[in-house]
Design a binder for this molecule. Structure first.
Ligand code: ADP
Ligand code: MG
Length: 253
C-alpha cells in the first residue's frame, strides 16, 4: 500500500557544506512527484536520505507517519537497530541511474533473492511473482540471461521489476534514464508510466520534462540544497514568474 512521505526541516551536510538546507515537503500517498534541478543541487542526496543511505544532520523524515531511522520516546529520538532499519527499508524501492544489477546473478535471480531472504517467500512463490513482473516490464523471455547480455534499457526494466518484487510502498528513481542511449529512454519511461498511480508513492529525479508533464502530479524544483519551487506539475512547469525554473527548462530542453 502506498504511504505518505513527509520531510520536516531536513538538513544534510558533507564536510561542512550544507547539501540539503531545511527541506520541508509533503508527498501524498500514491502520488507521483518529479524532482528537477541542476546537477549538484542535492536531488540524489534527498532520495538517499529517504532510503536510509544517508543520516540526517537535522530534521526528520516520516514514511506513512513512521520516523525513518528513529523511534520516538517522549521527546527523545532513539536510533533504530539494524534489523528495524532493514524492515523499514524493505518497504522502499530504489532504481538507480546505473541499474546496479548483480552481474553474477541471472535476471531471475536478481529479482527473487531479496523477496526470499527478506520477505521469506519460497523459491516457488518468488519465481512465479518474478515471472509476472518480467512479463509486466516486457522481458518474459529473458529470465535466464545475465545482465550483461541485455541492453541498458532492458537492464533498467529488470531493476524496476526487482524493486517491485518487494511490494514497496515507496519507489524512488534517481535519473533512471540518464545512462541510456536516447533510443532506449522511451521503453523505460513507458514502464515507469504504467506504475504511476498504481498504489505506490513514486519520487522520480529526471530531466525528462515531457515525461514530468505527462505523469507527475507534483514537481519540486531544487537549487543549492533548497526547494525553490514546488506544486502541481503544470503550475510549476508553466509558471512564467519563476525565472529559475524557466532558465533551467531552457537548458534541458
Ligand atoms: P544532484 O543529485 O542534484 O546532482 P547530489 O545530491 O548528488 O546532487 O550532490 C549534491 C552535493 O553534495 C554535491 O556538491 C556533491 O558533491 C555533494 N555530495 C554528495 N554526496 C557526497 C558525499 N558522500 N560526500 C561529500 N559530498 C557529497
Ligand atoms: Mg544525482
Amino acid at each position: 500500500m502506498a504511504e505518505t512521505i513527509t520531510l520536516r526541516k531536513v538538513t544534510k551536510r558533507f564536510s561542512g557544506n550544507t547539501i540539503l538546507d531545511n527541506i520541508t515537503l509533503d508527498i501524498p500517498a500514491g502520488s507521483v512527484t518529479v524532482i528537477l534541478g541542476p546537477s549538484g543541487s542535492g536531488k540524489s542526496t534527498l532520495l538517499r536520505c529517504i532510503n536510509h543511505l544517508e543520516k540526517l544532520d537535522g530534521g526528520t523524515i516520516l514514511i506513512g507517519g513512521e520516523l525513518v531511522g528513529y523511534r520516538q520516546k517522549g521527546q527523545a529520538l532513539h536510533e533504530l537497530g539494524s534489523r528495524e532499519i532493514a524492515l523499514q527499508r524493505s518497504r522502499i524501492g530504489m532504481v538507480f541511474q546505473q541499474f546496479n544489477l548483480f552481474s553474477h546473478r541471472t535476471v531471475l535471480q536478481n529479482i527473487i533473492d531479496a523477496p526470499m531472504l527478506v520477505k521469506k517467500l519460497s523459491r516457488q512463490q518468488a519465481t512465479s511473482k518474478a515471472r509476472l513482473l518480467l512479463r509486466q516490464v516486457g522481458l518474459a523471455e529473458r529470465e535466464n540471461d545475465w545482465p550483461q547480455q541485455l541492453s541498458g534499457g532492458q537492464q533498467q526494466r529488470v531493476a524496476i521489476a526487482r524493486a517491485l518484487a518487494m511490494d514497496p510502498a515507496v519507489l524512488l528513481f534517481d535519473e533512471p534514464t540518464s545512462a541510456l542511449d536516447p533510443e532506449l529512454v522511451g521503453e523505460v519511461l513507458q514502464v515507469i508510466k504504467t506504475l504511476a498511480h498504481s498504489g505506490i508513492t513514486m519520487v522520480i529525479v529526471t530531466h525528462e520534462i515531457g515525461f514530468a508533464r505527462e505523469v507527475a502530479d507534483n514537481v519540486v524544483f531544487m537549487e543549492e540544497g533548497k526547494i525553490v519551487a514546488a506544486g502541481p506539475a503544470h503550475s510549476v512547469l508553466d509558471d512564467p514568474q519563476n525565472h529559475r525554473v524557466r532558465h533551467f527548462l531552457a537548458t534541458v530542453l
